[in-house]
Design a protein around this ligand. Structure first.
Ligand code: F6P
Length: 319
C-alpha cells in the first residue's frame, strides 16, 4: 500500500496525538503517503483530507485531545454515507484507513471494510470498554487524573467529616471507577457491571461510621443505574452523614498523556501501519498481557469484556 489515511473519532482521549504521530511517521518512513482526515467521519464525508508531513505531527506527543479534531457522526450509521466515505477515500487513491476511536468508531470502520476499504482500528477511548484489548489509549491518563482529583476531594471530605460521591465517566464499563477507586483508597466503588445494593452500601457505611471512620469517598461510574443526586439524598437520609456529590465530567478526558498511554499509542499505531504496508485485511490492534495483538476487526468487536472481579474484591477488602 502506498497511500493511507488516519482519523480520530468519538470522544477524544489523551494519547490520540501520540498515535497519530506514530501513524504518520511510521508510514512516511516506509515510503507511504499519509493523509489526515479532520473531524472524524463527518470530516471524511465533507472531504476534509490533507496530506501530512513528518513535521505536521511535531510537538504533539505530550498534548491531550486530538489535533485532527473529532466528532460523533450520526449520518455515518447509515449505509449510504459509509459507502460515500469509502468512495471519497478511493477518489484520493487511499487504500487503507487507520481509525483511532472507541467501540462506535471501530464499528463505523467495520462497516467501511464491508464496503471495500481496509481499516485498522486503534482503541482510542478513556473508557477501557473494548473486549479485545487489555487497555485502551487514554485510560491510564484518565485514571491518573481522577486519582489526583480524589486527593483534593479527600482533603475537604475529611476536614468536614462528610461522605462524598465522586462520579466518573464510564457508561457500560466501570474501569475508571474501579482502578481509581482501588488506587485512591475509596470506601465504596459502584460500577455498572454490578447491580447496586443500596442496603448493603448503607450498612457498610454505617459500620464504618461506628468503627470511627471520619469520612467516606464513594467512586461511582456514570452508568450505574441511579442518579448521583438521588444517591446522595438516600445516603444522607439513611446514614445521617452530610454527603456531597462531585461529578468530574470532561476534566478527566483532557490532559497530557501518561508514559503508558504514549507508549501504547505509539506501538499499536506502528503495528497498524505495518499491517497496511503488508496488505493485511482489516484488523483491530490492541495489547494483551503486554504484547501487541491484532485481531480480525469483526471478531475483535464481538469480544466481550468483563470487569476484574479479583480487583473489585480486593478493593472491598481494603476499604
Ligand atoms: O469518551 C467516552 C465518554 O467519555 C463516556 O464515558 C462518556 O459518557 C461520554 O464519552 C461523554 O462524551 P460527550 O460528552 O463528548 O458526548
Amino acid at each position: 500500500m502506498k497511500k493511507i489515511a488516519v482519523l480520530t473519532s468519538g470522544g477524544d482521549a489523551p494519547g490520540m496525538n501520540a498515535a497519530l504521530r506514530s501513524v504518520v511517521r511510521t508510514g512516511i518512513s516506509k515510503g507511504m503517503e499519509v493523509y489526515g482526515i479532520r473531524h472524524g467521519f463527518e470530516g471524511l464525508l465533507d472531504g476534509e483530507i490533507e496530506k501530512m508531513e513528518w513535521h505536521s505531527v511535531g510537538e504533539i506527543i505530550h498534548r491531550g485531545g486530538t489535533i485532527l479534531r473529532t466528532a460523533r457522526s450520526k449520518r455515518f450509521y447509515e449505509d449510504e454515507w459509509q459507502i460515500k466515505g469509502v468512495n471519497i477515500l478511493k477518489i484520493f487513491g487511499i487504500e487503507g484507513l487507520v481509525i483511532i476511536g472507541g467501540d462506535g468508531s471501530l464499528r463505523g470502520g467495520l462497516e467501511m471494510s464491508k464496503h471495500g476499504m481496509t481499516v485498522m482500528g486503534l482503541p482510542g477511548t478513556i473508557d477501557n470498554d473494548l473486549g479485545y484489548t487489555d487497555y485502551t489509549i487514554g485510560f491510564d491518563t484518565a485514571v491518573n487524573t481522577v486519582l489526583n482529583l480524589i486527593s483534593n476531594i479527600r482533603d475537604t471530605s475529611s476536614s468536614h467529616e462528610r461522605a462524598t460521591v465522586i462520579e466518573v465517566m464510564g457508561r457500560r464499563c466501570g474501569d475508571i471507577a474501579l482502578y481509581a477507586g482501588l488506587a485512591g483508597g475509596a470506601d465504596a466503588i459502584l460500577i455498572p457491571e454490578i447491580e447496586l445494593d443500596m442496603n448493603r452500601l448503607c450498612t457498610e457505611m454505617l459500620k464504618g461510621q461506628s468503627a470511627g471512620k471520619g469520612h467516606s469517598l464513594i467512586l461511582k461510574a456514570e452508568g450505574v443505574a441511579i442518579n448521583t443526586d438521588e444517591l446522595v439524598r438516600t445516603l444522607e437520609e439513611i446514614t445521617g452523614r452530610e454527603t456531597r456529590a462531585v461529578v468530574l465530567g470532561h476534566i478527566q478526558r483532557g490532559g497530557s498523556p501518561t508514559q503508558q498511554d504514549r507508549v501504547l499509542a505509539s506501538i499499536t499505531a506502528a503495528k497498524a501501519v505495518q499491517l497496511l504496508y503488508d496488505d493485511a485485511p482489516s484488523k483491530a490492534v490492541g495489547i494483551c498481557q503486554g504484547e501487541v495483538v491484532a485481531y480480525d476487526l469483526a471478531e475483535a468487536l464481538e469480544m466481550k469484556r468483563d470487569y476484574d472481579s479479583h480487583m473489585y474484591e480486593l478493593a472491598e477488602t481494603l476499604c
